[in-house]
Design a protein around this ligand. Structure first.
Ligand code: AP5
Ligand code: MG
Ligand code: ZN
Length: 262
């Protein structure tokens, strides 16, 4: 299952992709994280990306598309992944479709998390990230257990240089001018799911899962979408969502799902 998480800077793409990735056992591929890792390694791509990221501009399509297509060609993405921050232009969306199509694959859903601008600015100014595993925190909304340290790996937390007010403004303008139009691209393909991002982190996750549940019914898709065996013991998205939503008792899930919502 190839799913895209779309949203403005600070909308919670990374936060949601991180949670969904663990539960569904799908790799979380974030273009911004890949650029930041490349910069840490002082590669040519990293240095080039930094010159654009610092101004809040998009990194040129050719560089970004090549980096992401090479990443999703790796074996861990063979049965799917969660894409965070890519695509961001119509050209990127078309290149992604073309590359997947060549392998007989396609994007399943594009999830757009909508959040008002004032809230985006608050989220970005309070955000801190783990330098080692990139997990996002917020000094008010989701603080780490130990100040300045990542709950998951103990890594150091830092503030992104592009989270300064002036750069944030530019990032938001670019999002509305260049990325928002791709919502229409996925809407026309019947793949767009819109969720309310201006609620708690868990509530947003639930809304995404509930929307996926309603849009991936077997009557519509042939059969419930399946994931590789997951760390959380859920064999499919159907099973995972049903157990989360407590729609049916666990042992009813496989046998009853076709007669019920699935
Ligand atoms: P990227 O790293 O992708 O940044 P972005 O899109 O600006 O998005 P963010 O990572 O800032 O926000 P997010 O939506 O992930 O929010 P998060 O979950 O962290 O890209 C950076 C740069 O790289 C770009 O500007 C561009 O230069 C370049 N780039 C990347 N991809 C590119 C592409 N495809 N093409 C060209 N250039 C590209 O959450 C934010 C904060 O809010 C956190 O503190 C979090 O804890 C908190 N929070 C999250 N959810 C909630 C909630 N529901 N309630 C309260 N707080 C919340
Ligand atoms: Mg992010
Ligand atoms: Zn960490």
């Amino acid at each position: 299952m190839y799913t895209i998480i779309l949203g403005a800077p600070g909308a919670g793409k990374g936060t949601q992709a991180d949670i969904l990735s663990q539960e569904m056992n799908l790799p979380h591929i974030a273009s911004g994280d890949l650029f930041r890792q490349a910069l840490e390694a002082r590669t040519e791509i990293g240095l080039l990306a930094k010159s654009h990221m610092d101004k809040g501009e998009l990194v040129p399509d050719e560089v970004t598309i090549k980096m992401i297509l090479e990443r999703i060609d790796q074996s861990d993405c063979a049965s799917g992944c969660l894409l965070d921050g890519f695509p961001r232009t119509l050209h990127q969306a078309e290149a992604l479709d073309k590359a997947l199509e060549e392998q007989g694959k396609s994007i399943d859903k594009a999830i757009y998390t909508e959040v008002p601008n004032e809230e985006l600015v608050k989220r970005l100014s309070g955000r801190r990230l783990c330098r080692t595993c990139q997990t996002p925190y917020h000094i008010v909304n989701s603080p780490p257990k130990t100040p300045g340290r990542c709950d998951k790996c103990g890594g150091e937390l830092y503030q992104r240089s592009d989270d300064r007010e002036k750069t944030v403004k530019n990032r938001l303008n670019i999002f509305f001018a260049q990325t928002l139009p791709i919502l229409d691209y996925y809407k026309k393909q019947g793949k767009l799911i819109k969720v309310h991002g201006n609620q708690g982190i868990q509530e947003v996750t639930r809304e995404i899962l509930s929307a996926l549940k309603h849009q991936c019914q077997p009557e519509q898709s042939g059969e419930a979408l399946r994931f590789p065996s997951t760390g959380s013991g859920h064999a499919s998205i159907a099973e995972f969502i049903l157990s989360e939503a407590k729609v049916l008792p666990q042992n009813d899930i496989r046998g009853e799902q076709r007669q019920n919502k699935w």
